[in-house]
Design a protein around this ligand. Structure first.
Ligand code: ZN
Length: 77
């Protein structure tokens, strides 16, 4: 369905704004967990910003450290 008034279009689809890592009670992020890291990085290997992932500050920080470690070991691009 198209919106009646195109000017009142919302930008993109509203996503859940909850930290999935908190939900799953993951409090340690292993840099060897490539599948998890991939979920929070772009195809180019960049870390997705918090406003997209919806992560909390704590987890975003942990994630960034894990991704950087994985980069050193060339697990993630
Ligand atoms: Zn969290």
């Amino acid at each position: 369905m198209k919106p009646a008034n195109p000017r009142r279009r919302r930008r993109k689809v509203m996503r859940e704004k909850t930290c999935r890592l908190c939900e799953n009670k993951i409090f340690q992020i292993d840099f060897k967990d490539v599948e998890l890291l991939k979920r929070y990085t772009t195809e180019g290997g960049k870390i997705l910003p918090r406003r997209i992932t919806g992560n909390c500050f704590k987890h975003q920080k942990l994630l960034a450290i894990a991704v950087k470690r994985a980069r050193i070991l060339a697990l993630v691009l």
